[in-house]
Design a protein around this ligand. Structure first.
Ligand code: MN
Length: 332
C-alpha cells in the first residue's frame, strides 16, 4: 500500500480537483494529516486543486492550531465536483455526518487513509484503503509516504506531522519505537518540540469547567467486581467530562449528552482496566451501543464514542448491560 497507488488512481481519474475529508469534529491528527498529504500531493501534481474539508467543522483544539499553522479547512466541501475523494483519519462514512450521502452518491474514486481498522462498509465503497492499526496516527502514515517518495518534509509539513502524532499518542505516551524514530526525524527536519507541544494544550474555558464539575456531581457509581464504573450526563464537553471522571479515580467513565434527537456518548477507561479485562471500549462497547442506538460507535481501546438516537437513560442502561456482560465473560 503506497503513495504511488494513490497517484495512479488520480491519473486514471484524470483528477483536477481532489477533496480531502476529515471526520466530524476533526482532531489535530485529521487536519494535520490532510495538510501534509495535500502538500505532498502538490509536489507531484502541482496543477491539482486540493481542498480540505471536515464534516460539521473541526474541534476546538484544531481551531486553536489553525491560528498557528497555514492549514485551510473549507466549511463548504465541494464533494459534488471532486474527481477523487480521500477520507483521512475516518473509517466510517457515518463520521462524515451531513457529507456522508454526498460521498456515497459520488462517482469519484474514494481513497481511505487511516490508522483505525477499515469498516467493511467503507471497504466496499472505497477504491483503495490504506489502513494500518499498528501506526500511531494518520500523520505517521502520511510521513511514511514522504519516506516512500524520498522526500524530506519542509518545516511546516514536519511541524503539522509532529503535532498530529503528538496529539494521537497523547504526547507520546502511546508511541512505539517507530513513532519515536519518526518524531526524531521530524525534529531533525526543523520542528521545535517544546514550542510545538505547547500548541496542544488548550486553556480550559468556563463552560468546559462547569460541564466537568456537573458531570462529576451527577455521576452514578457502580462497582462491578474490583472496578468502579461511573455514568453521567452533560449537554456538552462529554469527552472532557469523561476524562475528568477517570482522573478522579473511576476505572470507566461513560458520559452521555442529548442534543435534539441525537444522543452522544463518550467512553473512557484506564489502561489498567483494558489490560486486565481486555474490554476494548471501541470494539466491545461503543460499536454495539451505536448499533443499538441506531447510529454508529467506535474508537480506541480506552477512548471511544457513540452517536445515535434515544434517551440518555436508555443509552446508559444499555451501556451498563454491555459492560456487565463483558465483565462476566472475563471473570470466567
Ligand atoms: Mn487519528
Amino acid at each position: 500500500m503506497s503513495f504511488t497507488e494513490i497517484i495512479k488512481i488520480l491519473d486514471e481519474a484524470d483528477a483536477k480537483l481532489i477533496v480531502l475529508l476529515c471526520h466530524h469534529n476533526a482532531d489535530p491528527d485529521a487536519i494535520c494529516s490532510a495538510y501534509a498529504f495535500a502538500s505532498l500531493l502538490k509536489r507531484f501534481k502541482p496543477n491539482l486543486e486540493v481542498e480540505i474539508g471536515a464534516a460539521q467543522g473541526i474541534s476546538r483544539l484544531s481551531k486553536h492550531l489553525l491560528k498557528h499553522l497555514p492549514i485551510e479547512v473549507k466549511t463548504q466541501s465541494n464533494v459534488e465536483n471532486a474527481d477523487a475523494i480521500v477520507l483521512l483519519d475516518t473509517n466510517t462514512i457515518q463520521q462524515l455526518n451531513n457529507l456522508a450521502e454526498k460521498v456515497k452518491a459520488s462517482k469519484a474514486p474514494i481513497i481511505v487513509i487511516d490508522h483505525h481498522a477499515a469498516h467493511p462498509e467503507t471497504e466496499k465503497l472505497a477504491k483503495l484503503c490504506i489502513t494500518n492499526e499498528k501506526t500511531s496516527s494518520t500523520c505517521e502514515i502520511i510521513y511514511n509516504f514522504f519516506k516512500q517518495m524520498s522526500i524530506k518534509p519542509c518545516e511546516n509539513e514536519a511541524k503539522t506531522l509532529f503535532l498530529g502524532i503528538a496529539f494521537d499518542t497523547r504526547h507520546f505516551i502511546l508511541a512505539n519505537s517507530s513513532t519515536l524514530k519518526t518524531i526524531a526525524e521530524l525534529i531533525n527536519a526543523g520542528v521545535n518540540a517544546q514550542e510545538a507541544l505547547s500548541l496542544l494544550s488548550l486553556p480550559m474555558n468556563f463552560s468546559e469547567r462547569v460541564a466537568r464539575l456537573k458531570a462529576c456531581r451527577r455521576a452514578k457509581l457502580f462497582k462491578i467486581g474490583e472496578w468502579i464504573i461511573a455514568f453521567s450526563h452533560v449537554s456538552a464537553y462529554q469527552a472532557s467530562a469523561a476524562r475528568a471522571i477517570i482522573n478522579l479515580g473511576a476505572h470507566v467513565a461513560v458520559v452521555a449528552g442529548q442534543k435534539n434527537e441525537t444522543l452522544e456518548v463518550s467512553l473512557r477507561s484506564t489502561r489498567e482496566f483494558y489490560e486486565k479485562t481486555s474490554i476494548h471500549l471501541g470494539r466491545d462497547i461503543a460499536k454495539p451501543l451505536g448499533e443499538y442506538l441506531h447510529g454508529m460507535g467506535g474508537g480506541h481501546s480506552t477512548a471511544a464514542g457513540v452517536n445515535g438516537v434515544g434517551e440518555i437513560e436508555t443509552g446508559l442502561k444499555r451501556c451498563l448491560r454491555l459492560l456487565k456482560e463483558r465483565l462476566v465473560l472475563t471473570q470466567n
